[in-house]
Design a protein around this ligand. Structure first.
Ligand code: GRF
Length: 200
């Protein structure tokens, strides 16, 4: 069983979908750790309820990103995390973690990248008058939502679409797509800490 670590900053509904998939056996993995940069985030309660260990920190307590990422790296090494799963983690991953986990960090984003990267992708799509948007799961590189795309799924944006209704459509896809894609990725055997064996 592969150990994964989930990174979240807020509500954690994707985190919950991943927990449920592990519990039902749909996702063959162990959630070894939740990393959260927002003390008080609801994702932490979800971790506690599921008995998942947490590392919670406040970036303001550190001078540099490197300082808290070193701490995260230490925790990840301790639990033997093999894949890092970003699920609403609202920070860029820095060189400390990228170097160690190159090709082993994935993110989910609520648009069809490369359209609407960054914050409030759903609001951006509506403001642009887009007729469709969707969900992208991609590997993480040093950019903002720029890494190699693994899978995408689209939704239509209706005439009377609101932010709430579009968010609901997108999250319904996310909660199905993320666990199933993680299972496929882990089953393919490409996620390994052997740097030479990594492909994407
Ligand atoms: C999701 O829509 C995800 O695509 C984006 O942040 C949101 C997190 O939602 N990266 P939640 O915290 O999983 O409910």
């Amino acid at each position: 069983m592969k150990n994964i670590a989930v990174f979240a900053s807020g509500n954690g509904s994707n985190f919950k979908a991943i927990i449920d998939a592990v519990q039902s056996g749909e996702l063959e993995a162990t959630i070894a750790l939740l990393i959260c940069d927002k003390p008080g985030a609801y994702a932490i309660e979800r971790a506690n309820a599921a008995g998942i260990p947490t590392f919670i920190f406040n970036p303001r307590d550190y001078q540099l990103k490197e300082d808290y990422e070193k701490k995260i790296l230490h925790k990840l090494t301790k639990v033997g995390a093999e894949l890092l799963v970003l699920a609403g983690y609202m920070r860029l991953i820095g060189p400390t973690l990228l170097t160690e986990f190159q090709g082993r960090i994935v993110n989910i984003h609520p648009s069809l990248l490369p359209s609407f990267p960054g914050k409030d992708a759903i609001g951006q799509a509506l403001a642009a008058g887009a007729k469709e948007s969707g969900v992208t799961i991609h590997f993480v590189d040093e950019g903002m939502d720029t890494g190699p795309i693994i899978v995408q799924e689209s939704v239509s944006i209706d005439e009377n679409e609101t932010k709430k209704s579009l968010q609901r459509k997108i999250q319904t896809i996310e909660h199905r797509l993320y666990p199933s894609m993680l299972n496929t990725l882990l089953a393919r055997g490409e996620i390994t800490s052997d740097k030479k064996a990594r492909t994407y």
